[in-house]
Write a protein that binds this ligand. Structure first.
Ligand SMILES: Cc1cc2nc3c(=O)[nH]c(=O)nc-3n(C[C@H](O)[C@H](O)[C@H](O)COP(=O)(O)O)c2cc1C
Length: 342
């Protein structure tokens, strides 16, 4: 029988979703700064790419990111096991299997959401992955409720049970179906209706499993409400587009003192400068920062200055300071006293 190491509850409540092209290492370092207790996820990397590809790039990870999960795509148990072992050796704290991605490219390769219809194969894959990694590294699954017109809770629960029997103790439930025909991946994150109650019921009926809920969580109050029912809330787009939300949740849930957006940004400076010194272009980092002042005074100007200036040769921290200065209100003028001397 396979093992299923427990994860400290403090690192389950808040997590940032795996998002391809978005949650790269620079992004995760920034999110870590905002939310020291968040669980972070890599972009999905296919098992084949981990085995044969440019690992230094695909599995790039900074030590400050912990706890951080590597998300794998694939459906070949032996390849997934090999990729999981490599991920664990690289220091990832969790290996997560993607059973939720609906894109055509993914379906052609028979992985992602179409695996919701292949519980036996997923169970075999998970068992192989668990056997391949050290006992302290949990293997987890991110899934949907079903695909296309599966609307049967029992079918969803049977999928979970098959994988739990293989040793997986934690599930991230993106609480909607995936439509495998006719919807783009983007539409697949909007169109099928959310049914959080399925995730809640799963947790109620199987309290021994760790269940995180994901999908459409827009603000701190919504995220907080989910904690009444499940072990954690995973935020994707809201966290990316308005990253200060992560800091607000960190403060609310863990009591971490609230810092201003400017303070947090300036705390990133040593990282940015070290990266620039190592040959990374500023644009690769600042693209993840653009939403920091979303909805705030100067937020649009901040975004504009960074997105226009970061591409220019030689762009460095001074650009970030310039953008930041646009968000800082003018110092108050001393009160003008009308009239002259009496
Ligand atoms: C740009 C983008 C890329 C994504 N890439 C992945 C991925 O690599 N793996 C995955 O499991 N989900 C991926 N997703 C789905 C998210 O992890 C999440 O399940 C989905 O966006 C719903 O959560 P949200 O409403 O909080 O954004 C992606 C979503 C977006 C917006």
């Amino acid at each position: 029988m396979t093992s299923n190491p427990p994860i400290q509850a403090d690192y389950l409540r808040l997590s940032v979703a795996p998002m391809m092209d978005w949650t790269d290492s620079h992004c995760r370092v920034f999110h870590r700064l905002l939310a020291p207790h968040a669980r972070l996820y890599s972009e999905m990397v296919h098992a084949n790419a981990v085995i044969h590809g440019d690992r230094a790039r695909l599995l790039a990870m900074d030590p400050v990111e912990h706890p951080v999960a590597l998300q794998l795509g694939g459906s070949d148990p032996a390849l997934l096991a090999q990729a999981a072992r490599i991920g664990a050796e690289r220091g990832f704290d969790e290996i997560n299997l993607n059973c939720g991605c609906p894109s055509d490219r993914v379906q052609a390769g028979r992985f992602g959401a179409c695996l919701m219809r292949e519980p036996v194969l997923v169970a075999e894959s998970v068992a192989a992955m668990i056997d391949a990694v050290p006992a302290h590294v949990p293997v987890t699954v991110k899934c949907r409720l079903g695909v296309d017109d599966d609307h049967d809770y029992d079918r969803f629960a049977a999928f979970i049970d098959a994988i739990a029997d293989a040793g997986c103790g934690m599930f991230v439930v993106h609480a909607r179906n995936a439509w495998l025909q006719g919807l783009s991946p983007k539409e697949n994150r909007e169109v099928p209706p959310l049914r959080y109650d399925w995730a809640y019921r799963l947790k109620r009926e199987r309290p021994g499993l760790v269940v995180l809920v994901n999908g459409g969580i827009a603000d701190a109050d919504e995220a907080t409400a989910h904690l009444e029912h499940v072990d954690g809330a995973m935020l994707g787009r809201a966290a990316y587009h308005d990253p200060y939300l992560l800091h607000v949740l960190e403060h609310r849930w863990f009591g971490t003192p609230l810092r201003t957006r400017g303070e947090l940004l300036r705390a990133l400076r040593p990282y940015v400068e070290a990266q620039l010194a190592g040959g990374v272009y500023l644009k690769h980092i600042v693209r993840h920062l653009l939403g920091l002042f979303a909805g705030q005074h100067g937020g649009r100007a901040f975004r504009q200055v960074l997105s226009e200036g970061a591409h220019r040769p030689g762009a460095d921290w001074r650009l970030v300071e310039k953008a930041l200065s646009l968000t800082e209100r003018e110092p108050r003028q001393p009160l003008q006293v009308a009239g002259g001397a009496a």
